[in-house]
Design a protein around this ligand. Structure first.
Ligand code: ARG
Length: 464
């Protein structure tokens, strides 16, 4: 096939170099955005009297037909084309003849536009999937509002918390992730169309009209920046990296919790696998894969940043590399969220095991110290006494609840029978009513908060 730019050359491109150069393999997924951009561009050219009515109509009809035929599969991508932009324009010219050559498009603003349109949609879809995950978390958190489990620091049992409280911490993270994706749009939603190759154009174009048609908030105000800018790729990749980091931490806990050592949850059979050799195994493969794929999305971010770091302005072919990294990250995140939400909603909490684990490890020691403080001791003094008590318990292989009042009094004679009530796990949890705390009332407020925030986000225009 003759290249669009063949005029300046004496011989044709080497076959291997041509394949190396071509991006149609992966940018074919931008066909719809590419055509939508061209339709808006053509309408503007008509409005500005740059195209005649007849030219505009035939271009529009041709583009619509191509869109339809690609959608239905009637038209296949030609893998010999250089990229999706060349393919569509070539096909248009094939279908409508000379008029197809009047689109006046530079691929430099075209590709930036296509990527923005594509990512705007995908980012909406990722927000929708994240919201679904938050809903799954809410449902489990509601059910787990009074399930007592050990809360950890340093992976050492620290203080009792509820399963609902623990799960809601992830809901907060995912709410922020949606927030980050919304912020992203605030900066990226400016149209590069009309920046042309880099310097603008001598035609009397109306960039605002195109921007409006394509639902942008305005136009990129500097044409060199407009075609060189890939901040929106970097920013989205970084928001997706943070999202994956959250999914990965969550995965790590699910993996720990479903081990025999913890057994706080049982993942549904539908989201686990068996072993080819060990008949007893039930492996949390989905969670492990999500944790593994997190590295891949970080890699995509690094690749993008590194590709851009040495580029002089304006467009350089290096920038074609933005696609595979961004597409990979988008596909990966969507796939991860897709399995994660149902994995969460189908998981079975095992509250008895959580409670048993909370009974060990002296996780009510802080509450014992607080009880002494209520009796008038300064916290540091109380802390020391409790430290001694715990050391004694460890030697005696007893829990704080099992130690008799007599033994307590031997360590510090200010102890009285009220201590047992103070250290009951139920009370330790119930009394933590501070805002954001683990007490059922606080957790109820957190549930309401997440529901409200999620509702607000979903109601907002352009959420999806
Ligand atoms: N396939 C190219 C890309 O993805 C399109 C832009 C090409 N522009 C150019 N001046 N060669 O970046």
């Amino acid at each position: 096939m003759e290249k669009m730019w063949a005029g300046r050359f004496e011989k044709s491109i080497d076959k291997q170099a041509d394949d190396f150069n071509s991006s149609i393999r992966f940018d074919c997924r931008l066909y719809r955005q590419d055509i939508e951009g061209s339709l808006a561009h053509a309408a503007m050219l008509r409005a500005q009297r740059i195209l005649t009515e007849e030219e505009w109509l035939s271009i529009t009809e041709g583009l619509c037909e191509i869109l339809e035929d690609l959608r239905s599969g009637k038209l296949e991508f030609d893998m010999n084309a250089e990229d999706i932009h060349m393919f569509v324009e070539g096909e248009l010219t094939k279908r409508i003849g000379e008029n197809g050559k009047k689109l006046h498009r530079s691929r430099n603003d075209q590709v930036a536009l296509d990527m923005k349109l594509y990512l705007r949609e995908e980012c909406g879809e990722i927000q929708r999937l994240t919201a679904k995950l938050i809903e799954a978390i809410l449902q489990q958190a509601e059910a787990g509002r009074e399930m007592i489990m050990p809360g950890y620091t340093h992976l050492q049992r620290a203080q009792p918390v509820t399963f609902g409280h623990h799960l809601l911490s992830y809901a907060m993270m995912f709410l922020r992730d949606i927030g980050r994706m919304k912020d992203w749009k605030v900066r990226m939603n400016y149209s590069p169309l009309g920046c042309c190759a880099l310097a603008g154009t001598t035609y009397n174009t109306d960039r605002d009209m195109v921007a409006k048609t394509l639902h942008f908030d305005g136009i990129a105000m500097n044409s060199i920046d407009g075609v060189s800018d890939r901040d929106f790729c970097v920013e989205l990749l970084s928001a997706l990296s943070v999202l994956m980091m959250h999914l990965s931490r969550f995965s790590e806990e699910l993996i720990l919790w479903s081990s025999w050592e913890f057994k706080f949850i049982e993942l549904d059979d539908g989201y686990t696998t068996g072993s080819s050799i060990m008949p007893q195994k039930k492996n949390p493969d989905m969670a492990e894969l999500v944790r593994g794929k997190t590295g891949r999305v970080y890699g995509d971010l690094m690749a993008m940043l590194t590709t851009l770091k040495g580029l002089p302005l304006a467009y350089n072919k290096d920038m074609q590399e933005d696609k595979e990294t961004v597409f990979d990250a988008v596909d990966t995140v969507k796939a991860c969220l897709g399995v994660f939400a149902p994995m969460i909603s189908t998981m079975k909490p095992l509250p008895l095991n959580m409670y048993r684990a909370a009974g060990k490890g002296y996780i009510n020691a802080t509450d014992l110290a607080d009880y002494l403080v209520r009796g008038g001791l300064p916290f540091r003094t109380a802390y020391k006494i409790v430290g001694k008590t715990v050391a004694h318990c460890i030697k005696a292989e007893k829990t704080l609840e099992e130690l008799s009042l007599e033994e307590y009094k031997k360590i510090y004679d200010g102890f009285d029978g009220g201590l047992y009530e103070a250290i009951s796990l139920e009370n330790c949890v119930k009394k933590r009513i501070s805002a954001g705390g683990t007490g059922p009332e606080s957790v109820k407020a957190q549930l309401a908060y997440v529901r409200e925030k999620l509702g607000e986000l979903i109601r907002e225009k352009d959420f999806y």
